[in-house]
Write a protein that binds this ligand. Sequence first.
Ligand code: ADP
Length: 149
Amino acid sequence: VAELSSKDTPISVKPDGVQRRYVGQIIQRFEKRGFKLVGLKMLQASDGLLSQHYRELVKKPFYPNLVDYMTSGPVVAMVWEGLNVVQSSRRMVGPTNPAEAPAGTVRGDLSLHVSRNVVHASDSVEGAEREIKLWFEVVEASAFFWIYV
Ligand code: ADP
């Protein structure tokens, strides 16, 4: 098994983004920037997966709504690779609350409300590693690269 790299980060299109047909546009933004897609899958998130993914939020009053939202349809989970991808992708996604997200960010361009903010990106290298391990398995696809499945 290859080692996780701080050059990798998870980015997910949440159920509202999938329902609104934004998967292609969101992938295109990260490809245009120069990042490389190294993992991609569509899945229905389970309550158990979400309680681990959002472990800091399970006590929040909005948590039940967050789970309803995140299980309202499939999620497109991805892993992206590249220079400073954790920080840069988070900047491209924009602040948690779309009302505060500048135009040009994914959330600022495609969403209005914090409870329907279209996309997920990790906010730290430690978080990125933890989330990749939670959502993906890393597979050595050849001597030259690995992919996340
Ligand atoms: P981010 O997704 O930007 O890393 P958080 O980890 O703080 O932000 O929150 C996770 C997700 O929970 C947010 O993306 C959003 O979907 C939801 N959320 C956060 N705060 C609220 C809130 N006050 N009301 C409703 N949903 C929220």
